[in-house]
Design a protein around this ligand. Sequence first.
Ligand code: HEC
Length: 127
Amino acid sequence: MSRVRAEFVTTGLAVAIVLLSLAACGNDSGPTLAERVRRAESLAPSDPQLAEKFGRSCRVCHINPESGAPLVGDIHAWNGRFAQGGDTLLAHVRAGFKAMPGHGQCFDCTDDDLRRLTFFMAQREAR
Ligand code: HEC
């Protein structure tokens, strides 16, 4: 084997090892379910009026993994949802979406409240 070829093979192996270890990291390095639930339970909107609405509507499902709802502060779970765009998310909350009832069970929430609550749960800056 020529020297150049040997180096080529070595570089190829190094790249493969780096890629494999990256893939392994992607698997289970995230927080456990118990940690995600604890985080969800610990968060509340800083605005007291919004916090009150959150506490009697969204919270009950969005801190409970058995509800099937994306957990409060579970950024990974929310990123996929946000890929649809904020307007689609708002439309889904207003109309109800699969197991989620219309308005997320907050009937005195304005559109702005629903949007802010959604951004809060996803721990994003409201835009
Ligand atoms: C009775 C339970 C329940 C309540 C109360 C509730 N949700 Fe949900 N929510 C769910 C479930 C379940 C899903 C996931 C639905 C699915 O994709 O199967 C969900 C998903 C969502 C989504 C993502 C929708 C999408 O298109 O992916 C948003 C945004 C959301 N909820 C916002 C809210 C807000 C804001 C409130 C409070 C005003 C709220 N939810 C209250 C159960 C609830």
